[in-house]
Every structure is written in C-alpha cells, then in structure tokens.
Write a protein that binds this ligand. Structure first.
Ligand code: SF4
Length: 291
C-alpha cells in the first residue's frame, strides 16, 4: 500500500498569515474578536477559541469600550484573509477599536481593482459566489457591482457600455473562462477581463489532478464549508477517481480504502499541516501489512 501526499496542499500564505497574526495577538493577551470564522476549518477555529479568540458575526456584538480605557485594553478586531466590506473598516475606526487586518494581499488587489475599474468608467462584474464573504466585501468597493455565479445571472448584466470582469480569488479557472466567454457573447462596447484568481488555488488543483492519475482513491482534507476544499474534491471526482472529502482523520473509515493499492492525499488552503500529518498516520495504521 502506497500513500502519496500531493506536492502542493494545505495552508496558503494568506491563511498562514491570518493564523500567525491571531496567535501573536493572543500571546500578547490582547482581547481579540475575529469578524466571522478565521478560516473554514473547525479544528483550527476550536484551537484558537481555546486560546481566547472570540468570533463575532457583527461589530455590535463587541462590548463598548468605556471612556479612558488604556490603549492596550481596547479590543482588537481581526479581519480574516477574506477581507471585509469597506463600511466595516469605517465602523471599526468610528468605534475606536483596534484593527488587525489579515486581508490577503491578493484579496486586497481584487478590492482595489473594483474601485479603480469603477473610477475608470467600467461597470464592474465579479464572477463568484454572492454568499462568500470575500465577494460580499469586494462588492463594497464600488457602487453597482454585479456578481455572476452562473449563466442564470447573465440577464442582470447591464446592456452595452464598458464592462470589467474580475473573479473571486478561489473561483475555478475553467468556470471563470467559461463565464467570461458567455459574457463576451453579449456584445459590449468594451470588455476588460482581469484574472484575479489566486495561483495558490490553481497550484493545489494542478497537483491534485496530476496525483489523481497515479492513485486508486483520493482523500481531500478540509472543512466542509471551505469553497476551495469543495472545488478540489469536485475536480478530483471529475478525473474519475473515487474521492472522499474528510474534515479530519476522525471521519476516516477503513472501508474507504478497501482494494486500493495507491492512495492520494491532498488538502484545501485552510487545512493545517498537523491535520494532514495526523491523517497520513491514521491511514498508515489502518493499512499496515497490506501490500
Ligand atoms: S487562497 Fe489565495 S487569495 Fe485566498 S487567502 Fe490563500 S493566498 Fe490569499
């Protein structure tokens, strides 16, 4: 039995930075509130919660700071790698809270493009999931941004004029080009397309596809509500390989590898190294003695 871990998997630099920032502030005993779950990984979220990280869905959940509170006792708001709406940034400043901004540099680039393209007279389109926090934040950087998740959204596009299209950073490149192709058929005076897809995601996807050709079963480790983990699993399934999406080694069942000679393991960008290591150990234990 052979186990191959994908050459590129696990934490991306954006997520790594957000976790490090949270750990740094918690080590300084700061009162830290993360706006939304720091990453789509329950195990990591639980670990940080044990160390004192509080998760809030809105700034109104943070207790008000009494006047004359010393600077180091003022709560800190941590913005996760997905970024947030500019109104939220303004509200943090208005409430006098401290800010720890872990917005990924690639998400910041997309946000800046939304604003700049609008200023240049383009009607901005973001291809992505309208319910994803990254998209919900990015649309705030210009008025009238249209989010396109699939072809059903195309009739909502403005007719004619100058259109600029960018993407959610974790969107699949294939779907991005498909939707751009459909948009192009609608006949605009000018169509500008800027690829804002994160290559970290593409590298994980390419490595996973290459690995699918060498294994009998694939395991994709990551949170069930993580967009990039879900896409990774779908991609592996499309290669015709039996694929299991697991949150951790606790979800593993030895029946999943019965008859398999070679097993592949990959993980989404929000899956820490220790979950991958733990799973491989579990797999080794379960398949010990098999050819
Ligand atoms: S997946 Fe890419 S864009 Fe998203 S946080 Fe990681 S590095 Fe940044």
């Amino acid at each position: 039995m052979k186990i191959i871990v994908s050459e590129k998997c696990g934490f991306c630099f954006g997520v790594e930075h957000a976790i490090e920032l949270a750990e740094e502030m918690l080590a300084q005993r700061q009162d830290v509130y993360c706006l939304g779950s720091i990453i789509h990984n329950k195990q990591v979220v639980d670990r940080l919660a044990q160390r004192g990280l509080k998760v809030v869905e809105s700034l109104s959940e943070i207790p008000p700071t009494p006047p004359n509170t010393p600077q180091d006792a003022i709560p800190t708001v941590l913005i996760r790698s997905h970024g947030c709406h500019p109104d939220t940034m303004a509200e943090i400043a208005r409430r006098g809270l401290r800010l720890a901004d872990a917005t990924c540099i690639l998400v910041k680039r997309a946000q800046k493009l939304v604003r700049e393209l609008h200023e240049q007279g383009y009607q901005v389109v973001v291809i992505g999931d309208p319910d994803h926090p990254e998209v919900q934040g990015a649309v705030g950087y210009a008025p009238g941004v249209t989010v396109v998740a699939d072809e059903a959204d195309l009739p909502r596009l403005p007719a004619g004029g100058k259109l600029a299209v960018i993407s959610q950073t974790t969107h699949s490149p294939a779907d991005f080009s498909r939707l751009v192709g459909l948009i192009a058929q609608r006949g605009f005076d000018e169509l500008r397309v800027i690829n804002t897809i994160c290559r970290e995601t593409a590298r994980r996807q390419d490595a996973a596809v290459a690995l699918c050709g060498r294994v009998d079963v694939m395991f994709v480790l990551g949170g069930r509500n993580s967009a990039n983990t879900g896409e990774l699993a779908q991609l592996c399934r499309r290669q015709g390989v039996t694929t299991h999406l697991l949150e951790s080694s606790g979800d593993f069942d030895p029946a999943m590898v019965s008859g398999a000679k070679t097993i592949g393991v990959t993980a989404g960008a929000s899956t820490p190294e220790w979950i991958i290591r733990d799973f491989v150990e579990r797999l080794r234990g379960a398949t010990k003695g098999r050819g």
